[in-house]
Each structure stands twice: as structure tokens, then as C-alpha cells.
Write a protein that binds this ligand. Sequence first.
Ligand code: PMP
Length: 432
Amino acid sequence: MSQNDLLFERAQRVIPGGVNSPVRAFRAVGGTPRFIARGEGAYIVDADGKRYIDYIGSWGPMILGHGHPAVIEAVQRAVTEGLSFGAPTEREIELAEEILQLVPSCEQVRLVSSGTEATMSAIRLARGATGRNKFIKFEGCYHGHTDALLVKAGSGLATFGHPTSAGVPEATAQHTLVLEYNNVQALEEAFALHGKELACVIVEPIAGNMNFVRASVPFMTRLRELCTESGALLVLDEVMTGFRVDLRSAQGHYADLIPGFKPDISVFGKVIGGGMPLAAFGASRDIMKHLAPLGGVYQAGTLSGNPVATACGLATLREIRKPGFFDALSARTRRLVDGLSAVAREQGIPFCADSQGGMFGFFLLPELPQNYTAVMRTDKEQFNRFFHAMLDAGVYLAPALYEAGFVSAAHTDADIDATLHAARDAFRQALR
Ligand code: PMP
């Protein structure tokens, strides 16, 4: 038995499913999850000492790769100063200032410890600021595991959602309307019926929880217009895309495509913590004034703005804003997806791929899907064979076909070449 097998057996005795977050369990692809002993730049090393090129990067945060010297130094220094005070620190201001400089749609941010907490608080803020209860989310977008967000579509536009998880009361889901992503007509109809009751619409601008699906420009344009007309707030969930697809986040990219585009509330996580538990939500001063202690929307956290996490996040943001950082990261990620497409074509596999900044997705489908239903048309068995062939060859991809991938600044052209070499064989195996 391998060390990974032994650890998985031991883990399952004391932790439900052996993991502390379900996707890590390899349920979708089968097999034993790898227990990671350490990370080194673009690589992770498992309990059996096997090295992998890491395209998960802790599901997004590790944009500099593992163990970046500037990050390690900042964290080590912060640790010696103190782990947590439960009182304000200067570093929280520095991190807030750094975020606000890069994201002009926000005038203030509140720091929290996870993406789930940030989206939950953003929805509460939107409800508190508008005095309305209902909101829209989209099928295939994930915004963390708070009750009102674990909801799937009801039977029609007039009916609100049903819980996707046991333990969520129907009553909690009754204000959540779930629509198809990139469907402008459904959006028009929903606003016509419910526009004046909507507190907000929450959306992933590039959805990374159904692999990699961009919000189309007409969809995003109309969404912004409808929100403005009806007084609903547009909440961009940039937990994954923030400081990952562009230095200005996805909203900066969309502002290039849609003049004047900006969200009302933004949610960040992952990269802003650089691998430590840190997330944030931000908006104009006018919206943020509704938060306690200024306003009536309560929100708090013992470890919010933690001094070690903020040190890690600050060091990370200071690296990624260096000139040329995003150009190099984007080019390397493009090289990976273009290379995979070329290899797949050569093998006669239906395949397409896309990337923005350091985030990418690929599909064993002839064309890029626009919504969740289209993503799920992927041949799961074929994907699983491809995934395991890549894993055996030392390439660690997301263990589910509906997850995005991430390239870091530590990935070299040689790593991309090695990945493409592995993919040639893996495509052959996937076809069998
Ligand atoms: N929003 C998005 C877009 C996410 O991708 C995630 C997590 N993958 C979350 C929210 C929740 O973040 P966390 O896991 O830190 O709670």
C-alpha cells in the first residue's frame, strides 16, 4: 500500500470522507487523493515523494507558486510579531489601500477569513442597503456554502429555488432565484417579474466553478443595465477571478469591453490571501456605510484581518503588481491552452480551451460551452481517464471536469512543455 492509501484510510476514520472539503476526495474521478507533503514553486510533492506540476495552486491562491521568498519572509516576520490581537493593525489598512488602488469600483473593503464569509456578508449588505430580500444567482456559479446560496432552480421564473443541500430549510431558499448563465432572455423575464423586489444579482464574471465559462459581453451589459434600472445591486463574485485574470480583476477586463462597466459590490478571496485564510468584500462608501459599526448590517470576525494573513496577502499583491507580471503569466497560460488544443487536434479528440490571465479551462467538447448544461455534456469517463493518465505522468489537474485550472508565475516554459508531452499520451488513453 502506498503512503497516500495509508493516509487516506487513516483520514477516513477521523474526518468525514477523509477530507476537509469535498472536492479533495477525488469522488468525481475515483482513486486515492494525494496527500501533499510540501510545495516547491510550480510543484507539489505527495506523501510517497512523487512530484507533480501543480495546476490547482490551492484552487487559485498560489499565483506566485509555492514558497515564494518574498511571501515566506513577510509571513515569518509577521509570525514573530504576533499571531492575532483582535484589535486593529496598520497592515489591515495597507492591504485595504492596496486592494482599493487596483479596484476603483470599491472605496472601502471589509476583510474576512473565507470566500464563503465574504459572499454571505455581501448578500446581507445588499439586502440591508436596499431593504429587499430576493436575489438572483446563476446555475453553475458557486459562491460558497451559506444556506441561501446552496440553491438550485425552481420549476419556472415565478418560482424561487430549492436547497441543493440537506440541512437547508426550503424557507431559506425561497428568496433565491436561479437562472441560466449567459441567458439574456431569462434575465429580462426575471427582472420584468421581480426587478423591484431584487436586492441584488450575484455572478461570477468568469465562472470557474463550471470549469471556465465567460459571461458574454451582451449578457454582462444587459445585467448591468437591468440592475441599475431596477435598483438591484450587482455583486461580482471575484473570489476566483480577483487579481487572477487581470491585475484589476475581471471587472477591469470587462470595463475594457463594456465602457463604464463596474459592479456595485465586489467579493475577493484566494489571491488576496496568498494562501492564508483571507477574503474581502468592498463597495462604494455609500453602500459600505450600512455595515456595523456605522450602520445596521451586522458582520464581524475574531480572526478578520489577521496579521499573518494580511502580511501574506500584501506580499503577494506587491509581487503581482510588478511591471510585466500579468503579461508573462497570461502568455504562459495561453501557451498551455494553445498547446493542449494542438495536441488534442493531432490526436483527433474533440477539444477546446480558454484562458484569461492565469486562469484556464479545457473541455473534451467541440466548442466552448456557454452554460452549465453545456459543460455537463462532457464525457465524464473520458475526462476521468485523461485526468488519471496526467496524474500518473506527474501533472496535477483539478479532479473534476467542472473546475478551472491555474498557472502560477513559477511555472516555466519547460513545465508547460512537459505537460504537453504528458497530454499527448493521456489523450491516447482517454480515447480508449
Ligand atoms: N466564490 C467563488 C467564485 C469561489 O470559487 C469560492 C471557492 N472556490 C467561493 C466563493 C467560496 O470561497 P471559500 O472556499 O474560501 O469559502
